[in-house]
Design a binder for this molecule. Sequence first.
Ligand SMILES: Cc1cc2nc3c(=O)[nH]c(=O)nc-3n(C[C@H](O)[C@H](O)[C@H](O)COP(=O)(O)O)c2cc1C
Length: 185
Amino acid sequence: MEKSHKHKILVILGTGREGRFSKRVAQAIFEEIKKRSDADPIFVDVRDFVFGATINGSDSDPRTEPWKDLVKEAEGLFFVTPEYNRGIPGELKMLIDSAFDEYVRKPAAICGVSDGGFGGARVIESLRALLSYLQMIPVWPNIFVSKVDKTFSEAGVTSDQNFYVKVNKATDELISLARLLKNNK
Ligand SMILES: Cc1cc2nc3c(=O)[nH]c(=O)nc-3n(C[C@H](O)[C@H](O)[C@H](O)COP(=O)(O)O)c2cc1C
């Protein structure tokens, strides 16, 4: 693979909630990855994938094709999810459940978001377990965002430089795994 290749990374905003603060964080991650010469981020809003009924990802259904195509093309997935009652939002679970085979051997990063002090620690653990079940490869570091309403501006900017360091480290991992997996196919 030539050095100039830009790796496709999906940045997935995992909540459709009215007034969602996680959008600020997903935007910040998207903009940070966009600055890199080795990555091509694609913003995915779970709101665009809310189905009227649940669909088994193993089933063939035209409503699942746009998401399946995105996952197939992606070389890494970067999930941005708030913690709702210690789990992922229902709409993110619906989206994830609407594909299956497409996830195998895809590296995945996780950013948990909370307006409390634990940075979505519990949702990160539960999402890691789900991704592993689906044969995705969760990477380190996980990113914990606490007090999101105070630490991120509406424009999706934070003064916490450590956040950007972690976003880049997680993206480095996504890309090095993507390269490794491609070379061993
Ligand atoms: C249904 C619901 C359940 C929630 N449960 C938790 C929780 O278990 N832990 C937590 O830290 N925050 C919880 N929160 C608050 C979120 O941390 C808060 O909404 C935060 O702004 C991030 O989510 P947002 O993107 O929806 O704004 C919950 C919020 C909602 C709407």
